[in-house]
Structures are given as structure tokens and as C-alpha cells.
Design a protein around this ligand. Structure first.
Ligand code: GRF
Length: 220
């Protein structure tokens, strides 16, 4: 069984790269049927093209409002045959009506231990708060920004002397393992959203799963 997925990106696309690499080694049972962006110059699009993956750039300026853009974008996503949408550095809030139509079928990777630090500048905020620990979360997307049910998290220590860039760089490698593990779990039917609650092997999850050092998801 291979799950068709679409990946939405706005920039660099290193998380997309991790998914493409895992796919290429045959370990991740997905087909990336579309990589779409709101930025025509996103490096992620060039990388996808180089891998022969269909791409789409849609400019929000060509639409009268957010809903019109999101409806157009997700119409193209639906046409691609994708059954799961992965937001990997997609820097836009998606209209609630569109999100609701895809409930349980859109996930996002966010660079904080949600519910801490929704929104931007997460690394800076973790350092300013003197957090001992930082991390990343993959969650199902709801209309609430970075507020949907969390599937799993990767944790890293914050070291004395870390600045924003150092922390972001240290986290990124773990993000890549986390997004691959979560997409893998959904593709294999281990993780799903049911009645608004994350389920892991058919049992409701009360605490986000945790990414192990080896890159596996474990109960917290
Ligand atoms: C990642 O830090 C991700 O958590 C956040 O945006 C960044 C995207 O990086 N949502 P990349 O484009 O995947 O390299």
C-alpha cells in the first residue's frame, strides 16, 4: 500500500527533502504526487522538480481573498489524488473552511514543543524563556493556528550559549526524523485522527508520542 501525499512549502524545503530521501530508499510507503507553494521562487520547488515530482506555484496575489486562494490550491491538491497533505514550512494560515474539509488529512510540522510557542520565532522564545528543553511537533491541522492535536514531538536540550541559529540548526535534523516517522505512521495506519483525538494503533493518545534517538515513535 502506498499513500499519495502532497507537500506544501514556502521556502527551503529541507523537510520535503527528508521525505523524498526516505521515499527514495523505499522505507517510506508514500508517493509524493504534488509539491505546491505560494512562492514561485521557493528552492523546495526546484528540488522537487529535480526529483521529477509534479510542482505547482500559485500566487496569493492573484486571488481576491484567503478563502479563494485556499480553495484554488486545495482543488489542485485534490486533483493530484493526494490523500494526505503535509505542511512543511508552508508559511500561510489556511482558511478554516478548507481545513475542516481536510480534517484528519492535513498535518503540519512546527518547531516548538506545542502548546508552547505557537507562531513565529520559536527558537528565540525558547532561549528567552531559559527553557532547558526545546523541540518540534507534528500535529493535525485545525482552524486554530498551530493548535491541532499533536501526534508526536522531538525533544532536544537547550545548551548554555545557544543562540537562535544554533538551536534551529540542532533541531532541524530531529525535525527531519520526526516528519518522516509521522508520515510513515499515518501511511501504515498506525496514527490517525478520530473524533478529534489522535489514535495510535487504534487507542486514543493522551500525551504526544515521542521521537526516540533512533527515530522511532514511542508512547510518552
Ligand atoms: C521548519 O523549521 C518547520 O518546522 C517550520 O518551517 C521550517 C521549514 O524548513 N514549519 P524547511 O523549509 O523544511 O527546510
Amino acid at each position: 500500500m502506498t499513500l499519495p501525499i502532497a507537500v506544501l512549502v514556502s521556502g527551503r524545503g529541507s523537510n520535503l527533502g527528508a521525505l523524498m530521501d526516505a521515499r527514495a530508499t523505499g522505507t517510506l510507503p508514500v508517493e509524493i504526487v504534488l509539491v505546491a507553494s505560494d512562492k514561485a521562487d521557493a528552492p523546495a520547488l526546484r528540488n522537487a522538480e529535480a526529483h521529477g515530482i509534479p510542482t505547482l506555484a500559485l500566487d496569493p496575489k492573484g486571488y481576491p481573498n484567503r478563502l479563494a486562494f485556499d480553495e484554488a490550491l486545495f482543488a489542485r491538491v485534490a486533483e493530484s489524488g493526494a490523500e494526505l497533505v503535509v505542511l512543511a514550512g508552508f508559511m500561510r494560515v489556511i482558511d478554516g473552511a478548507v481545513v475542516d474539509a481536510w480534517r484528519g488529512r492535513i498535518i503540519n510540522i512546527h518547531p516548538s514543543l506545542l502548546p508552547k510557542y505557537r507562531g513565529l520565532h520559536t527558537h528565540r522564545r525558547a532561549i528567552a524563556a531559559r527553557d532547558a528543553e526545546h523541540g518540534a511537533s507534528v500535529h493535525f491541522v485545525t482552524a486554530e493556528l498551530d493548535g491541532g492535536p499533536v501526534i508526536a514531538q522531538a525533544h532536544i536540550p537547550v545548551h548554555a550559549g545557544d543562540d537562535e541559529e544554533m538551536l534551529a540548526a540542532r533541531l532541524l535534523g530531529r525535525e527531519h526524523r520526526l516528519i518522516v516517522a509521522c508520515v510513515d505512521a499515518i501511511a501504515r495506519g498506525h496514527a490517525a485522527l478520530r473524533d478529534g483525538v489522535v489514535h495510535w494503533n487504534d487507542a486514543p493518545v493522551t500525551q504526544p508520542l515521542r521521537l526516540s534517538a533512533e527515530g522511532n515513535l514511542q508512547s510518552a
